[in-house]
Design a binder for this molecule. Structure first.
Ligand SMILES: NC(=O)c1ccc[n+]([C@@H]2O[C@H](COP(=O)([O-])OP(=O)(O)OC[C@H]3O[C@@H](n4cnc5c(N)ncnc54)[C@H](OP(=O)(O)O)[C@@H]3O)[C@@H](O)[C@H]2O)c1
Length: 265
């Protein structure tokens, strides 16, 4: 018995899931969930531009992918200001042209108790988690719609749906991000641009370094899932390729929970 897929199966899977010839921009593409999505989209055939602040991690991401034969580039940018976002968008198109796929994964989670949450915390959280995705959508979405094809994918959080470890401004930003996705879907889906959200549960990434380093908390959180473990960045690869590709063309405005069953337990 052969273990290789039949050529017909290969062609069928390519037709459903291949991103060959597509251009993707992934914010936060240098770390955690965004890094895993960058890798996945590039390995599925897209030319991917990763955007974040830290240049060393960006360069390492691109180097690893290009050494595998993938097409990747990076842009160092701070997405916490409007000027930073605009500059990032202009530089992102220099590598491979206008994107067909936009993934907003860059995010921050400052967790002061609600009583101590400052206006600066609020502004910074909203700028990175909500305003940057909005501005990038305004920059790229209408052009995708003009060309008749596009995929926009946001990374939200269970905290858009429930309070969890001082959700503060973070939960509010993610709730609004999911609403933004529905508005974008309403605006651009008739012209071929789907807009969806991936909703993680608890994922072991640098964002969670403090919680992830407490074995008791990690075990308690894993026990709240149905699968019995916390998320890994790689768990987002398949869902991202699906929602970035041709197979998901009739799915829009949706929030897809990638959380091991945490939200339904
Ligand atoms: N980990 C979880 O359990 C979890 C749960 C729910 C939702 N999420 C969401 O998933 C997304 C990815 O999180 P993660 O866990 O993968 O976190 P992560 O490993 O800390 O990655 C965050 C990424 O965002 C970039 N970034 C942060 N601030 C930025 C800024 N001002 N300008 C440009 N880039 C910036 C970071 O790069 P630089 O620091 O170099 O800029 C990094 O690439 C976030 O939106 C987060 O809210 C995560």
């Amino acid at each position: 018995m052969t273990t290789e897929p039949a050529p017909a199966a290969h062609a069928y899977l390519s037709q459903l899931f291949s991103l060959h010839g597509r251009v993707a921009v992934v914010t936060g593409g240098s770390s955690g969930i965004g890094r895993a999505i960058t890798d996945a989209l590039a390995r599925a055939g897209a030319s991917v531009v990763a955007v974040a602040r830290g240049e060393a991690r960006l360069a390492a991401t691109v180097e690893e992918l290009t050494s595998e034969g993938c097409r990747a580039a990076w842009v160092g940018a701070d997405l916490s200001t409007r000027e930073g976002v605009r500059a990032a968008a202009e530089r992102a198109v220099e590598a491979f042209g206008e994107p067909d796929i936009l993934v907003n994964s860059a995010g921050i989670n400052v967790r002061p108790p609600m009583d101590e949450l400052t206006e600066e915390d609020w502004d910074m959280t909203m700028a990175v988690n909500l305003e940057a995705p909005f501005l990038l959508g305004q920059r790229f979405g209408p052009r995708m719609a003009e060309r008749g094809y596009g995929r926009i994918l946001h990374i939200s959080s269970q905290q858009a749906h429930r309070a969890f470890v001082q959700s503060g401004a973070y939960g509010a930003s993610k709730g609004a991000l999911e609403s933004l996705a529905r508005s974008q879907a309403e605006a651009w889906s008739p012209r071929g641009v789907t807009c969806n959200v991936l909703v993680p549960g608890f994922v072991m990434t640098p964002l969670n370094a403090r919680l992830s380093s407490d074995p008791e908390k990690v075990a308690a959180l894993a026990a709240r899932t149905m699968i019995g473990r916390n998320g890994l960045a790689e768990d987002f690869a398949g869902a991202a390729v699906f929602l970035a590709g041709p197979a998901s063309g009739y799915i829009t405005g949706q929030s897809v929970f990638v959380d091991g069953g945490l939200s339904v337990h």
